[in-house]
Design a protein around this ligand. Structure first.
Ligand SMILES: Cc1cc2nc3c(=O)[nH]c(=O)nc-3n(C[C@H](O)[C@H](O)[C@H](O)COP(=O)(O)OP(=O)(O)OC[C@H]3O[C@@H](n4cnc5c(N)ncnc54)[C@H](O)[C@@H]3O)c2cc1C
Ligand SMILES: *[C@@H]1O[C@H](CO)[C@@H](O)[C@H](O)[C@H]1NC(C)=O
Ligand SMILES: *[C@@H]1O[C@H](CO)[C@@H](O)[C@H](O)[C@H]1NC(C)=O
Ligand SMILES: *[C@@H]1O[C@H](CO)[C@@H](O)[C@H](O)[C@H]1NC(C)=O
Ligand SMILES: *[C@@H]1O[C@H](CO)[C@@H](O)[C@H](O)[C@H]1NC(C)=O
Ligand SMILES: *[C@@H]1O[C@H](CO)[C@@H](O)[C@H](O)[C@H]1NC(C)=O
Ligand SMILES: *[C@@H]1O[C@H](CO)[C@@H](O)[C@H](O)[C@H]1NC(C)=O
Ligand SMILES: *[C@@H]1O[C@H](CO)[C@@H](O)[C@H](O)[C@H]1NC(C)=O
Ligand SMILES: *[C@@H]1O[C@H](CO)[C@@H](O)[C@H](O)[C@H]1NC(C)=O
Ligand SMILES: CC(=O)N[C@H]1CO[C@H](CO)[C@@H](O)[C@@H]1O
Length: 521
C-alpha cells in the first residue's frame, strides 16, 4: 500500500510540480503509462512492480513455466472496474493478460511480461435466482468453491473434475465434466454471461440477447471480451460413486482392453451417468509405468456396470466409493499435484474417433514415441508423461447439439476421444525435449490415425499446447469464419487479438486486417 502511495506521489511530482518549471520545455511531458493511470484511478486494486502483492498475484499460476513478471497487476472487484481498466489499456495501447483460475499451462496464456495482468480473483458474486434454477458465479471462483457452496442447497453444476480449476477459463474452452454424457460440455449449461467488450461496454450474452456472441463464447475462449459473471443452470445434487484407482502395472493389456471396450457405444461411456478417465503414465528416469483412473458415476450404485471391465483388474490402490455428492468426491480426491504450482506442466491435445482401434493406436504410439526418445527423456529431472483418452461420447455430442450447440460442433456418430498428453517436469533446460516428445507423439498419432480412417479433426482448447491451433479445427473448419465474423462485430479494432497476446486467437478473416488467421498462442 505504501508503495502505491509513494508511486502516486512521484506521479504528482512529475505531472504537477515538474510540469510547471522551466524544465518542461526541455523534458517533454510524458503521459502517465497504463499502470500509473490504473493506480491513480483504482488505488490499491493496482499493484506495481516491486510490491509484494504483485509478486504474490503474478505467481498464482499452475505451471511454473507460466509465471511471468507483469509491470503491474490489476485486481478488479466489479465489472465496472474491468470496463474502466480496459478503456485505459486500449487508450494507452497497453498489452495485457487476463487470468481467472490460472490453470492453463501455456506460458503467456494468462500472464505477461512487461504488460498489465488483470487477475479476476476478486470478482466474487455467488448467488442463486429465486427458484434456484440458475447460479450466478463471479469470474473469480474456482470449481471447488462453487461445488461446496451449492452442496448447501442440494445442487451441483456441470463443471470441472478438479477443485482448483477456474470457472471461466474452463467454460470458455468447452469444459469436460463428470456429467458430459447427459449434459454435454460445461459450456452447454451456461444460461447467460456478463461480458465486458473491447470498448468497455458491459453486455449480457445469452440465447436471446447477443446470441451470436453467446454461441462464440462457448469454446471461443478469450477472443471476445472479459467475462465477469457466468449464470449456470443448476442440477439436482445426488450421491456420486467415484475416486482414484491405481492398477497393477503388469496388467497394462487388460487396462487397454478395458479402455477400448469403454470407448464403444454401449460399452460404458455412453451411459448418461458415467465418466471414467483412465491414464497411463511413464516415468522416463526409471522406465516405470503407472496405470490409474479418476472416475465418477452419478447415483449410489457401488459397482456401476459401465465400469465393470475396469473393476475386474487387480489394483494396487483404490478409494472408489459412494460419496454423498459431487463435492464429496471432488473435495476428497484431491491429489497434491493439482494444487501444486512448483512444477513445469504442459498439455497437448488431439482427437480420434471413439473406437477400440483408436485406443490401441494411442497405447502403441505413446510407448513407441517414448521408446524412441527414451535416452534423452531419461535425463529430464522429475519428468512424468501421461496419456489420457478422454471419451466425448455419442450421448455427449447429442446433448451438446440439443442445448443449442457451440462452435466446437463435433459431428461423429460414435463419439470421439479427446486425447490428452500431460507432462510434468522440473527444469527449464528440459523444456525442449519435453515439447519435442509431445509434438512427435501427436504427429505420429495423427498420421497413423489418418491412414487408418480413425482421425477426427479436433483439439480440445483447454488441453491444447503452445503452437497448436484448436479454433481452426472447430466444426471441421466451418466455425472459424463465423467466429471471425462475430469478432468483427464485437471487437472491430482487434483489441483481444493485438493487445492481449496470450491465449488462442480466432484471428482475422479474409476481409479483416490481413494479419493472417488463427494466430496461435
Ligand atoms: C489440475 C487441472 C485439472 C483440470 N481438469 C479439467 C477438467 O476436469 N475438465 C476440463 O475440461 N479441463 C480441465 N483442465 C483444463 C482447464 O479447463 C484449463 O486449464 C482452463 O483453461 C483453466 O481455466 P482457468 O480459469 O483456471 O485458467 P486461466 O489460465 O486463468 O485462463 C485460461 C484462458 O482463458 C482466459 N480467460 C480466463 N478467464 C477469462 C475471463 N473471465 N474472460 C475472458 N477470458 C478469460 C485466459 O486469458 C486464458 O487464455 C484442468 C487443468 C488442470 C491444470
Ligand atoms: C485495499 O483497500 C481496501 C479499502 O481500504 C481494503 O479493504 C483492502 O484490503 C485493500 N487491499 C489490498 C490488497 O491491500
Ligand atoms: C513496463 O515498464 C517498463 C519499464 O518501466 C516500460 O519501459 C514499459 O513501457 C512498460 N510497459 C507497459 C506496457 O506499461
Ligand atoms: C439475456 O439478456 C437480456 C438483456 O440483458 C436479459 O434481460 C435477459 O434476462 C437475459 N437472459 C438470461 C437467460 O439471462
Ligand atoms: C500397450 O502398450 C504396452 C507397452 O508398449 C504393451 O506392453 C501392451 O501390450 C499394449 N497393450 C495393448 C492391449 O496393445
Ligand atoms: C442416472 O442417475 C439418475 C439420477 O441419480 C437416476 O435417476 C437414473 O436412474 C440413472 N440412470 C441410469 C441409466 O442408471
Ligand atoms: C483418494 O486417493 C487419492 C490419490 O492417492 C488421494 O489424493 C485422495 O485424497 C484419496 N481420497 C480419500 C477420500 O481417501
Ligand atoms: C544423460 O546424462 C548422462 C549423465 O549426466 C550423460 O552421460 C548422457 O550423455 C546424457 N544422455 C543424453 C542423451 O543426453
Ligand atoms: C461498443 O461495442 C459494441 C459492439 O461492437 C457496439 O454495439 C457499441 O455501440 C459500442 N459502444 C460504444 C459506446 O461505442
Ligand atoms: C501461489 C504459488 O503457489 N506460488 C508459487 C509459484 O511458483 C513459485 C516458484 O516455483 C513459488 O515460489 C511460489 O510459491
Amino acid at each position: 500500500m505504501h508503495l502505491v502511495t509513494s508511486y502516486l506521489a512521484s506521479l504528482l511530482f512529475v505531472s504537477g510540480h515538474l510540469g510547471q518549471t522551466a524544465l518542461s520545455h526541455s523534458i517533454p511531458r510524458r503521459e502517465p503509462n497504463a499502470c500509473q493511470r490504473l493506480a491513480q484511478v483504482y488505488g490499491n486494486k493496482t499493484s506495481l512492480l516491486g510490491s509484494s502483492q504483485l509478486a504474490l498475484v503474478s505467481q498464482e499460476n499452475w505451471s511454473e513455466a507460466a509465471q511471468l513478471t507483469p509491470n503491474c497487476t490489476f485486481e478488479p472487484t466489479t465489472a465496472d472496474d474491468v470496463s474502466g481498466a480496459l478503456r485505459i489499456l486500449v487508450s494507452t495501447k497497453t498489452k495485457f493478460a487476463v487470468r481467472s483460475g490460472g490453470h492453463m499451462p501455456n506460458p503467456g496464456s494468462s500472464n505477461i511480461n512487461g504488460g498489465v495482468l488483470i487477475s479476476l480473483t476478486n470478482l466474487k458474486t455467488l448467488k442463486l435466482n429465486s427458484d434456484h434454477s440458475i447460479v450466478s458465479v463471479g469470474a473469480g471462483y474456482r470449481w471447488g468453491d462453487v461445488y461446496q457452496w451449492l452442496s448447501g442447497y442440494g445442487l451441483v453444476a456441470a463443471g470441472g473434475r478438479y477443485e482448483p480449476v477456474g470457472v471461466p477459463g474452463f467454460l470458455l474452452g468447452g469444459g469436460i465434466t463428470f456429467f458430459g454424457s447427459r449434459h454435454g460440455w460445461g459450456a452447454n449449461n451456461i444460461a447467460n454471461m456478463e461480458v465486458v467488450l473491447a470498448n468497455g461496454t458491459i453486455v449480457n450474452a445469452n440465447a436471446t440477447r447477443h446470441s451470436d456472441l453467446f454461441w462464440a463464447l462457448k469454446g471461443g475462449s478469450s477472443n471476445y471480451g472479459i467475462v465477469t459473471r457466468l449464470d449456470l443452470k443448476t442440477l439436482a445434487d445426488s450421491p456420486m460413486y467415484g475416486g482414484t484407482t491405481a492398477f497393477q502395472p503388469d496388467r497394462i493389456s487388460d487396462f487397454v482392453d478395458a479402455i477400448a471396450s469403454y470407448s464403444t457405444v454401449g460399452g460404458g461411456s455412453d451411459d448418461p451417468n458415467a465418466s471414467y478417465n483412465p491414464s497411463m503414465q511413464v516415468i522416463p528416469a526409471t522406465g516405470q509405468v503407472r496405470l490409474f483412473s479418476f472416475c465418477g458415476y452419478r447415483g449410489n450404485d457401488p459397482s456401476p456396470a459401465a465400469f465393470a471391465k475396469f473393476s475386474q483388474i487387480p489394483v494396487r490402490f483404490t478409494n472408489n466409493s459412494v460419496r454423498s455428492n459431487l463435492w464429496g468426491l471432488v473435495g476428497d480426491t484431491m491429489a497434491e499435484d493439482y494444487h501444486a504450482r512448483t512444477h513445469r506442466q504442459l498439455f497437448w491435445g488431439t482427437a480420434l474417433k471413439a473406437t477400440p482401434a483408436s485406443v490401441y493406436l494411442i497405447n502403441q504410439t505413446f510407448f513407441e514415441t517414448f521408446n524412441a526418445m527414451a535416452p534423452r527423456l531419461q535425463n529430464a529431472t522429475g519428468l512424468s508423461l501421461t496419456t489420457t483418452p478422454q471419451l466425448i461420447s455419442r450421448a455427449w455430442i447429442n446433448a451438446a447439439k440439443a442445448s443449442g450447440g457451440d462452435p466446437m460442433d463435433i459431428d461423429a456418430d460414435g463419439g470421439i476421444i479427446a486425447h490428452l498428453i500431460t507432462s510434468r517436469w522440473e527444469d527449464a533446460a528440459d523444456d525442449a525435449v519435453v515439447y519435442e516428445f509431445n509434438r512427435r507423439c501427436t504427429e505420429a498419432l495423427d498420421r497413423k490415425a489418418k491412414a487408418k480412417g480413425l482421425y477426427y479433426p479436433f483439439i480440445y482448447l483447454n488441453n491444447a499446447g503452445p503452437g497448436q491451433d484448436p479454433l481452426k479445427l472447430y466444426g471441421q473448419g466451418k466455425s472459424l469464419p463465423k467466429m471471425q465474423a462475430v469478432r468483427d462485430l464485437y471487437d472491430p479494432t482487434g483489441v483481444f487479438q493485438e493487445l492481449m497476446p496470450g491465449g488462442f486467437k480466432v484471428g482475422y478473416g479474409r476481409e479483416g486486417k490481413g494479419k493472417g488467421k488463427g494466430k496461435r498462442h
